[in-house]
Design a protein around this ligand. Structure first.
Ligand SMILES: [Zn+2]
Length: 310
C-alpha cells in the first residue's frame, strides 16, 4: 500500500490531474495488471473515445476504472472527488456540504450536497466485521433538536427531546485502549432492543462487559460480564464506553449544533467511521471513494482490511 499524502501539498503533487487519479484507481482495482471481469483475460486496450475505460482484447467487454465506486457516472472531475474524499478523511471533525462547495469551488450547493451525501453513504462498509473479544457495552441519552428549534430536552425527566443510543467498544489486549466502536439508535432500554443491538454489532462468542443492567443478559451467542455498580461508578467499570459517549456529544454539538432525530443513525455512522479509522487515513480515503466496495465478491483479505472495519 503506497504512502498516504500527509499534507495538502503532498496530496496536490500526488494527484495533480485526471491521469494521476486514473492511475491510482487502476492500481487499486488491478494491483497485478488488468484482469477482465468477464473472461479473466489480462490483455486490454485503453479506449481513446471513452474516458478511463479499458476494452478486453479477449471478449471485448469494456470496463471503466470507476465502476463500482461512488465516482461512476459522475460528471465531476476525478480530481474533485479525490479532493473531497481527502478533506473528509483528514478533517477530524468532518466537513459540511457548504464547506465542500467553498473549498472545491463547486458550481452549486446542490452538487456539493449530493457529493457529501455519497461520501457519507460510503462510511458503512457492506461487509464490515462485527466487534470481537472483550467489548464494553453501555447506553446513553443524547439531546436532539427539532427542525426549528436549536435544542430541545432539558429537564431530563422524560425521553422527549432525547435519543437513546447504545454503544460498544472493543477493548484491546489488557485494557490498553479502545479498538473499534459501534453506535446504534435504540427505541428503549428493553432486553429486546439491547439484544438486537448486540446481535448486529458483536460477533458470536464475544464478551459484553456491562454495568449489569437487566436488559443485557441472555443475548444469544454473547457471553455477558456484568459489573453491578451504582450509577456513580459506571465510568470506572466502562471507561472507554463513557469516553466515547462524551466525545460523541461534544462532536454533535460542535459540528452539527445538536443532532436531529431523523438523521441520527447517519451521524452515528459518521462518528464511528472517523473513530475506527483514526489511525488509517489512507483506508478512510479509499473507503470514502468506494474503492473498497469496487471489489466483488469480497474476499477474506478485503473483509479483514482496514477498509472493511468501519
Ligand atoms: Zn474479457
Amino acid at each position: 500500500m503506497p504512502d498516504f499524502p500527509r499534507s495538502l501539498v503532498e496530496f496536490q503533487n500526488r494527484f495533480p490531474d485526471e491521469g494521476a487519479c486514473v492511475a491510482y484507481l487502476f492500481a487499486a482495482r488491478w494491483p497485478h495488471g488488468f484482469v477482465c471481469p468477464a473472461c479473466g483475460s489480462n490483455k486490454a486496450w485503453r479506449l481513446q473515445t471513452k474516458a478511463w475505460t479499458w476494452e478486453c482484447a479477449g471478449c471485448g467487454k469494456q470496463t471503466s476504472v470507476t465502476a463500482g465506486t461512488i465516482m461512476h457516472h459522475s460528471k465531476l472531475p476525478l480530481t474533485t472527488w479525490f479532493w473531497a474524499a481527502y478533506l473528509m478523511a483528514t478533517h477530524s471533525n468532518g466537513i459540511s456540504a457548504l464547506q465542500l462547495q467553498r473549498q472545491l469551488a463547486l458550481g452549486s450547493y446542490k452538487s456539493a450536497w449530493l457529493m457529501a451525501a455519497k461520501l457519507r453513504r460510503s462510511m458503512v462498509a457492506p461487509g464490515r466485521s462485527p466487534l470481537a473479544g472483550l467489548v464494553e457495552v453501555d447506553e446513553t441519552e443524547i439531546i436532539c433538536r427539532s427542525k426549528n428549534d436549536p435544542l430541545t430536552g432539558g429537564g431530563g425527566r422524560s425521553h422527549q427531546g432525547k435519543i437513546l443510543v447504545a454503544g460498544a467498544v472493543e477493548i484491546e489486549d489488557g485494557g490498553a485502549g479502545p479498538g473499534r466502536i459501534r453506535l446504534g439508535e435504540v427505541p428503549d432500554y428493553s432486553a429486546r432492543s439491547l439484544h438486537a443491538f448486540l446481535k448486529t454489532n458483536l460477533v458470536p462468542g464475544a464478551t459484553a462487559k456491562t454495568d449489569g443492567w437487566s436488559g443485557y443478559p441472555g443475548a444469544p451467542g454473547v457471553s455477558h460480564d456484568p459489573h453491578v455498580v451504582g450509577n456513580m461508578a459506571a465510568h470506572i467499570v466502562l471507561p472507554w464506553a463513557h469516553r466515547i459517549f462524551s466525545n460523541l456529544k461534544v462532536w454533535a454539538l460542535g459540528v452539527y449544533h445538536g443532532l436531529r432525530r431523523r438523521y441520527l443513525q447517519t451521524y452515528l455512522d459518521e462518528f464511528v467511521f472517523r473513530f475506527n479509522r483514526r489511525r488509517t487515513p489512507h483506508a478512510a480515503f479509499r473507503s470514502l471513494l468506494g474503492i473498497a466496495a469496487a471489489h466483488a465478491p469480497l474476499g477474506y483479505k478485503m473483509l479483514i482490511s482496514p477498509e472493511a472495519k468501519a
